[in-house]
Design a protein around this ligand. Structure first.
Ligand code: SF4
Ligand code: SF4
Length: 222
């Protein structure tokens, strides 16, 4: 996506779309809280935002227009941030993994959290494969529970993705409608988190966030 396209799409974002989506999220959050008492408000918001994102993609057949396919994972070494509540949602999921796989994932989480702490440029340079990517099958082991930012990431050209891996200036051409959906969801989340008193600016890196949720008493990861 070129700088010019970004600016054009930014200008197209309708505040009304964001407000409408924010009210849909808040409505779904209330329903979810009634049926899943184990979830915190931030976890409910994250779940609802993901659900509405997936619905928007399915209703408009958005992913059929991108080059993304099952087993394509060149982008799974990018620096990923999560919204509040997503680290906890993922931590709950990986506790259900078979013990051998759980140990492998936790060991990779620790390694990648150390690299995340070095900053996004260093992370990009080191091409740290995501802790949740099964390198043999090229599948995401938390696919149904992957972060919103992974759901939003897409490209129209896999060759450009390959060239962008480890390249600080690398760009991938993102599908315009998906990019728009991402922008509206981000704007809606800002409204929702402000409404429930959570600072959305604090976006935590993926690996650190999941470790913090797995080991809340260990200050190192919090
Ligand atoms: S963004 Fe690129 S590398 Fe990632 S799944 Fe889509 S085409 Fe493959
Ligand atoms: S969470 Fe899954 S989709 Fe996201 S970067 Fe990791 S392996 Fe890829």
């Amino acid at each position: 996506m070129t700088e010019q396209n970004n600016i054009q799409i930014d200008n197209l974002i309708s505040q009304n779309d964001a407000i409408e989506l924010a009210s849909d999220i808040l409505y779904e959050v209330e329903l979810l809280k009634k049926f899943d008492k184990g979830k915190t408000s931030t976890q409910c918001v994250a779940s609802c935002a993901r659900m509405l994102h997936d619905k928007g993609c399915a209703d408009n057949d958005l992913f059929s227009r991108s080059a993304c396919r099952s087993g394509c994972s060149h982008c799974c070494c990018l620096f990923v941030c999560v919204t509040p509540g997503e680290g906890e949602l993922i931590a709950k999921d990986i506790k259900k993994l078979p013990s051998k796989m759980y140990d492998r994932v936790v060991s990779r989480l620790k390694r990648n959290a150390e690299i995340e702490a070095e900053g996004i440029d260093e992370y990009t340079r080191k091409k740290a494969w995501c802790a949740f990517l099964d390198r043999d099958t090229k599948q995401c082991v938390i696919y149904n529970n992957r972060p919103l930012s992974c759901r939003n990431y897409n490209s129209e050209d896999v060759e450009m993705c390959k060239a962008a891996v480890g390249n600080l200036d690398g760009e991938t051409p993102r599908t315009a409608m998906l990019f728009y959906l991402h922008q509206v969801i981000t704007a809606a989340l800002q409204i929702v988190y402000r409404h429930i008193g959570v600072n959305y600016e604090i976006q935590t890196p993926l690996h650190k966030s999941v470790l913090s949720a797995l080991y809340p008493s260990k200050g190192k990861w919090s």
